[in-house]
Write a protein that binds this ligand. Structure first.
Ligand code: ZN
Length: 132
């Protein structure tokens, strides 16, 4: 795996949280994007080499809503940049990690993505990202 590609933060409302992160980071949100397959609306910020993704649920029973109900708003996942997502998925499977999708999915911000179940990663949801 390469560098951390971004950190995903679950929020109740993008409308409320975008201005907070713009003030915090001193930059404007560079992109908002809805990902139908995940039922999330996302907003992205870049500061130097770092990227933050805010995630808001589209639906009351979406994965982000469920996460916030259980744990409250906060860090939802850490995403790593990979060169070859398929070979990285094979490698992780052979190491005993549980992948949440069997084939790469199209994620936000022009990426192929795959999530790794947090039960084998000390409670941290990990995302693999390969640029499209
Ligand atoms: Zn992400």
């Amino acid at each position: 795996m390469n560098k951390i590609e971004h950190i995903g933060i679950a929020v109740k409302s993008l409308e409320n949280s975008i201005p907070v992160y713009e003030k915090l980071l001193g930059v404007s949100c560079y992109k908002t994007e809805s990902v139908e397959s995940e039922k999330v609306n996302t907003a992205f910020f870049a500061t130097g080499p770092n990227k933050i993704e805010l995630l808001e649920s589209m639906e009351a029973d979406g994965v982000i809503s469920k996460f916030i109900d259980k744990k409250g708003e906060g860090i939802h996942h850490i995403a790593f940049d990979v060169e070859d997502i398929k070979s990285e998925m094979e490698r992780l499977k052979s190491e005993g990690f549980v992948l949440l999708n069997e084939t790469p999915k199209k994620g936000a911000d022009n990426k192929w993505v795959c999530f790794v179940h947090p039960k084998n990663t000390n409670g941290v949801l990990i995302e693999l990202c390969q640029s499209i």
